[in-house]
Design a binder for this molecule. Sequence first.
Ligand code: IMP
Length: 185
Amino acid sequence: METGGPVPPQWQDIMSDVLVGSTHISARNAELAATLASDYAGLNPVLIVVLKGAFMFATDLSRALSIPHELEFIRASSYSGTGSTGTVVIHGLEHAKLAGRHVLVVEDIVDTGLTLSHIYARLKDAGAKSVKCIALLEKDTALRLKEVPSVDYIAFRIPDKFVVGYGLDFDQRWRHIPFVGVYKK
Ligand code: IMP
């Protein structure tokens, strides 16, 4: 499945375009894993996977990452349908032991940045030694909030369109599609 290629027939009612194909995703994951392996060598980082959207990206990235690392999973809920509610609830950090650890937040997509800001605020309180973020997608949007932490590693920058697939949903559907496409509203 190539970027810009035709949408496979079974997804043509759901997606108008393939934005990032699975071949590109795999190649980029391998590149990013090599960068992380070098940047975090000897540091035994903790990857904080932001569910549900980052599950597929984090799984592939973790498998490709050749250095020892640990995984924690948190839930951040901020969306209902295609619009942000403006509130973010985070669950799962309460049991993670992060004091003195090098933490890497694994996000599906950074849109307004509201979710990431809330997560960073919670991680600061947890006493992490370093906090960085890797995101599958960064959306080019005028709605990005000011003072959002910068994303340290970005797999793909995409235009301001609502996308589904490779973990991303519309009302909990289409996360399982193995590539990222523009959602047909
Ligand atoms: P932010 O807080 O506005 O940066 O939004 C982050 C969250 O909104 C992401 O983790 C996604 O779960 C969701 N989101 C933002 N844009 C999209 C999209 O295009 N498709 C699916 N989910 C999205």
